[in-house]
Write a protein that binds this ligand. Structure first.
Ligand SMILES: Nc1nc2c(ncn2[C@@H]2O[C@H](COP(=O)(O)OP(=O)(O)OP(=O)(O)O)[C@@H](O)[C@H]2O)c(=O)[nH]1
Length: 346
C-alpha cells in the first residue's frame, strides 16, 4: 500500500505544483469530463478517473463509475502509478501483492484491472493519473494504450491553458488597479491630495450640465491665502508648503463631503458647492476665516495666522463656465483690494 506522504519532499513538491495549477477542489468541468469519458469509451471500461495525488488523499477532478470525489491515499493505486513514467498497468489486482488486499479490490467496487497514464508537468513533476479501471482482469490494445497516453497529455495541456488564463486574469486585474491608481494620481494635487485644476474643470463641466437640467443654483468659491509670499520669504518654502497643507485639511473639515475642493494653483483654491445658495456659501467662508484665525502654522511664529480672501459666485443655469471662472476671480480680486481677509459675494 502507498503510505501517507506528508513529509516526503516529492509529495510537497507535487502539492506546490498542484497549488500553482489551482486544480485541487476546483469546480466540476465539462472539458475534463469529456476527456475522461473518451478514456472510458476508448478503453471500454466502466470506471475512469482523472485524479491528482495530494499529500494525504487522492482527489478526482473527473470520475466515471465511483460516485465519490476523493479517497484516502492508502487505497490509491494511482499513488503507485505516479512513481513511474508513462503507463502503469495492473492486469489483475488479485495477482499483484501490492493490491491484493486493497479494500477497493477485496470489497466494493472489487477492482480487478487498472491502467493509469501519468499526468506530469513539463518540468517532470508527477501530479496524478488519467486511469481506467474494470471489475475483471483484462488487457489494453496498443491503440488503447496510446490513446490513454495522448488523453493524459490533453489533460496536462488543459491545465497549462487554464493556468495561463488565470495568470492573464490576474495581470488584467493588476492592470485595472494600476489604471485606477493612475486616474486618481492624474486628478490629484500631490502636495494637498485635493483635486487638481484639470480634474476640477471636468467636475465643473458636469455640474454646469446638471444645473442647466435641474435649474438649481450651486455656488463657486475661490480662496487665496493672503500675503503668502511673506510666509515663504520669512520662514522658508517648507513652512509655506505646510501652511498650504493645513489650509487644505481645514477645507476638508469645513466643507461638505459633496462639495468639490480643488487646489487651483499656488496658494489659490476653488470649491464647488452643489445645490448651495451664495449666502449659504458665505457662511461656510465665515467658518473658514474663523478656523484660520485660531490655527497655528508649525514652522512659523506663534503670532502668525493665515488669512484668506474669498470670492463667491452663484452658478446660475444661464452662466457659462468660462465667464463664471473669470467672474469669481474678479470677486476674489475685489476682496484683495478691499483689504484682504474678507469674502466678497456677487
Ligand atoms: N511654499 C509654497 N509656496 C507657493 C506654492 N505655490 C505658490 N507659492 C508661493 O505663493 C506666493 C504667492 O505670492 P503672491 O501671488 O504675491 O501672493 P501673496 O503673497 O499671497 O499676496 P496676496 O495674494 O496679494 O495676498 C509666491 O511666493 C509663490 O512662490 C507652494 O506650493 N508652496
Amino acid at each position: 500500500m502507498a503510505h501517507n506522504s506528508n513529509c516526503d519532499p516529492q509529495a510537497l513538491q507535487r502539492r506546490a505544483a498542484l497549488e500553482r495549477y489551482h486544480i485541487l477542489d476546483s469546480e466540476r468541468d465539462q472539458a475534463f469530463d469529456d476527456i475522461n469519458w473518451l478514456a472510458a469509451t476508448i478503453c471500454d471500461t466502466p470506471f475512469a478517473v482523472i485524479n491528482f495525488i495530494d499529500t494525504d488523499r487522492q482527489w478526482f477532478k473527473s470520475e466515471i463509475g465511483f460516485g465519490i470525489t476523493q479517497t484516502e491515499l492508502d487505497v490509491s493505486i494511482c499513488a503507485h502509478a505516479i512513481l513511474q513514467p508513462g503507463l502503469f498497468i495492473v492486469p489483475d489486482t488479485l495477482k499483484d501483492r501490492r493490491f491484493d488486499s486493497n479494500p477497493l479490490v477485496t470489497g466494493d467496487p472489487q477492482l480487478r484491472f487498472y491502467a493509469g497514464a501519468l499526468l506530469e508537468t513539463p518540468d517532470g513533476i508527477a501530479l496524478g493519473t488519467l486511469c481506467v479501471l474494470d471489475k475483471r482482469p483484462r488487457r489494453l490494445s496498443e491503440k488503447q494504450k496510446q490513446s490513454l497516453l495522448k488523453l493524459a497529455s490533453q489533460v496536462m495541456q488543459l491545465l497549462a491553458l487554464y493556468q495561463t488564463n488565470e495568470s492573464q486574469k490576474l495581470m488584467l486585474q493588476e492592470l485595472d488597479k494600476t489604471r485606477a491608481q493612475l486616474r486618481v494620481l492624474a486628478a490629484t494635487d500631490p502636495l494637498t491630495g485635493l483635486l487638481n485644476r484639470r480634474a476640477f474643470n471636468e467636475r465643473l463641466q458636469q455640474e454646469s450640465a446638471r444645473i442647466k437640467r435641474s435649474k438649481q443654483t450651486s455656488a463657486l468659491l475661490m480662496a487665496d491665502l493672503d500675503h503668502f509670499k511673506a510666509i515663504n520669504d520669512r520662514f522658508g518654502h517648507s513652512a509655506g508648503d505646510q501652511a498650504i497643507k493645513i489650509f487644505a485639511d481645514i477645507c476638508r473639515r469645513v466643507f461638505r463631503q459633496s462639495d468639490v475642493i480643488c487646489r487651483w494653483g499656488g496658494e489659490e483654491f476653488m470649491v464647488l458647492l452643489p445645490d448651495t445658495e451664495k449666502h449659504q456659501a458665505g457662511r461656510v467662508a465665515d467658518r473658514l476665516h474663523q478656523v484660520l484665525s485660531v490655527t497655528e502654522i508649525p514652522g512659523t511664529a506663534d503670532d502668525i495666522h493665515l488669512t484668506i480672501s474669498v470670492g463667491i459666485l452663484a452658478l446660475e443655469p444661464t452662466r457659462d463656465i468660462d465667464s463664471a471662472l473669470l467672474q469669481v476671480d474678479q470677486l476674489l480680486y475685489d476682496a484683495k483690494h478691499s483689504g484682504r481677509n474678507i469674502t466678497v459675494l456677487n
